[in-house]
Design a protein around this ligand. Structure first.
Ligand code: HEC
Length: 257
């Protein structure tokens, strides 16, 4: 580990022949602590400095893994330094010690994996939500619902009709449409009971919907009222999830392109 040339005493000890069982046959390995520090410094200071142009990048999972390998090997030598290990006295103790080492290493690696990897899985609800959004999009585009006959979603490149408002940011705007009504409930109501509150025209400068049609300030009450009967509850839920996810051009960037 350390340079034997630097310390004359060290050099003398080096020369002691290592006959098994002889006195002085066991000696400490120097420097596992320094090795660990140098390793950790390389992993956490040097690796992040690797230029992206090299085409490799070591993310946090890799660095944690490398660090554990470094700490594990340093710990191995620190434990060895504890004292000479007596040779097992019988086949049974040999077997027991092999079994112990095997259990500790394999068990350790396995329990680490069991704890570590699930953290990088996409949580189930997120997967389910992404599926619901996809189904909602399909429903939106389906001839049965025909939403796109009146609505465009410019943020997703969906160029439909223009009689209804562009829904690119409806998930962000819905919260302010009706005070005291959560965004999700407003969107649901807009589908099942569209005449309840009319979307303000963009030029009106209003964020809230208005209970009565006003040609100067709201869209006309054109949206058909029968979606509650024409679409299943699941389809309406999926549509709401899909529309809730529309937060405008900025957030859609990268997702849609
Ligand atoms: C015949 C045209 C037409 C069709 C078809 C239509 N809409 Fe609309 N929609 C409108 C109009 C007009 C408005 C604005 C007036 C209002 O609030 O009812 C609107 C408003 C909305 C709003 C409120 C938007 C906001 O920012 O407040 C949502 C959400 C909505 N529609 C969703 C849908 C969905 C989902 C479908 C398909 C199931 C659909 N629309 C089908 C015309 C239509």
């Amino acid at each position: 580990m350390s340079d034997p040339g630097t310390d004359p005493r060290e050099a003398r000890i080096e020369a002691v022949p290592l006959t098994p069982g002889a006195k002085g046959g066991w000696r400490r390995v120097k420097g596992p602590g320094i090795f660990a520090l140098a390793g950790l410094a390389a992993i956490w200071v040097l690796l992040p400095m690797v230029s992206d142009s090299w085409g490799i990048r070591f993310g946090a999972p890799y660095r944690v893994f490398f660090s554990l390998a470094v700490l594990g090997s340093a710990l191995f030598f620190i434990l060895l330094n504890w004292g000479p290990i007596p040779a097992p006295g019988s086949p049974l103790t040999t077997f027991a010690s092999i079994f112990l080492v095997y259990g500790a290493t394999v068990g350790g690696v396995m329990s680490f994996g069991l704890w570590y990897y699930p953290q990088f899985e996409i949580p189930k609800p997120a997967v389910e939500q992404a599926r619901a959004q996809e189904r909602g999009k399909q429903a939106f585009l389906s001839p049965a619902a025909n939403c796109f006959a009146c609505h465009s979603i410019e943020a997703l490149g969906i160029r439909g009709g223009t009689r209804g408002p562009d829904l690119s940011a409806v998930g962000a705007q819905a919260e302010a449409r009706k005070s005291g009504t959560p965004a999700e409930d407003y969107i649901r109501e807009s589908i099942v009971n569209p005449a309840a509150c009319l979307t303000p025209l963009p030029a009106s400068g209003l964020a809230e919907c208005l209970p009565a049609a006003d040609p100067a300030r709201t869209y006309p009450p054109l949206m058909p009222p029968g979606f509650k009967d024409r679409l299943s509850d699941e389809q309406i839920n999926d549509l709401v999830t899909f529309l809730m996810g529309l937060k405008g051009l900025a957030e859609q960037d990268g997702k849609s392109r």
